[in-house]
Design a protein around this ligand. Structure first.
Ligand code: ZN
Length: 333
């Protein structure tokens, strides 16, 4: 079973005979991008040159077009694939399924000529992710340790809304997060009926518009580059400004700041300074969610992703112990 999937030292998840996911691998002529986060687009330029096909969902393609440039994906053989539609390649078939993570995120199923089901989850949050039956399961391991449990669920969204409302009483609120999650925050605040205008710098604005085009409801959003809205921040008027986590410390200093992070396990909200809060909103499963996926997927062999940040070895150990199946963290370190 182990020969049917592996993870290379460069982070490529190899499934079956032809497919490499989420990083470049020279010997593979098929590439899948599970979603538009940087640690899953490794060596994309090389894959565009080298592969016969680079597969991704339409939403992922649209996100890459704005995160890189519309020219970036041109020239390569990019093929967009809807969830549930199958592509055949040689004796194998490849199908993408939804993953609850960021817009466009997918799981990958490869079925080979022997009928073996080889599944790669990509990044996912269990709640709205369909669990796929697998013989060989390759899974993310970001929160793959029992120390990474978030027993709170709905409380997180309520807490987020109330902290932002509290901040708006004093003026502008800055929200920092990664692409995808920022838009989830917009949607939560919009659905909670917040009336203050939402502002974002150009890149975040464009990513948000893609999310909106693909069905997310994010409320009224304006560019901070536009004078009339940028000045709201300068004058500390009530509005919510959304910035990428990379801008933390560069904008909003002295202002009311909210950071959304999955690396919080004790409470849905933590105050770190007079006007600074961390909200424990994650777009990954916690330890219990990862274990639950394995339980329902019923694999005979599991590979945990030891290339990307997380607890792959710990997770593999717990899977062996609890389910009595072979599990290994790859690549070995
Ligand atoms: Zn991700």
């Amino acid at each position: 079973m182990s020969v049917k999937a592996t993870i290379t030292d460069k982070g490529a998840v190899l499934l079956g005979k032809s497919l490499a996911c989420d990083a470049f691998e020279e010997s593979r002529l098929l590439r899948v991008i599970t979603h538009a986060h940087a640690d899953h687009m490794i060596g994309l330029q090389q894959s565009l040159h080298n592969c016969e096909k680079v597969l991704m969902t339409k939403a992922t393609k649209d996100l890459i077009d704005v995160m890189r440039s519309p020219l970036f994906l041109m020239g390569g053989c990019v093929e967009t694939l809807d969830y549930g539609k199958t592509v055949r390649y040689g004796e194998e078939s490849i199908t993408l399924f939804p993953a609850d993570h960021i817009l466009g995120a997918s799981q990958v199923l490869v079925e080979d000529s022997e009928g073996t089901r080889i599944v790669y989850t990509g990044d996912f949050r269990l709640e709205k992710t369909p669990v796929l039956d697998a013989d060989v399961l390759v899974m993310e391991a970001t929160y793959g340790s029992p120390s990474c449990r978030r027993p709170f669920h709905q409380d997180v969204k309520e807490m987020l809304v109330s902290v932002v409302k509290e901040g708006l009483k004093r003026g502008a609120v800055y929200v920092f997060g990664y692409h995808g999650k920022l838009q989830e925050v917009m949607q939560i605040l919009h659905e909670a009926g917040l009336k203050a205008p939402f502002l974002a710098p150009e890149r975040v604005f464009q990513v948000s518009k893609i999310c909106e085009r693909h069905g997310m409801r994010i409320g009224r959003l304006y560019r901070v580059e536009e004078k009339e809205f940028g000045s709201m921040l300068e004058r500390n008027q009530p509005c919510v400004a959304f910035y990428h986590m990379g801008s933390r410390g560069k904008v909003g200093s002295g202002g009311f700041c909210v950071y959304v992070s999955g690396w919080e396990f004790n409470a849905p909200c933590r105050q770190i300074a007079e006007k600074e809060y961390i909200i424990a909103l994650s777009d990954h499963s916690d330890f219990d969610g990862l274990m639950e996926y394995v339980r329902r997927s019923k694999p005979k062999f599991v590979i945990t992703d030891n290339f990307r940040v997380g607890y792959a070895e710990t997770l593999a150990r717990y899977i062996r112990k609890r389910f009595n199946v072979s599990a290994v963290a790859l690549p070995r370190r």
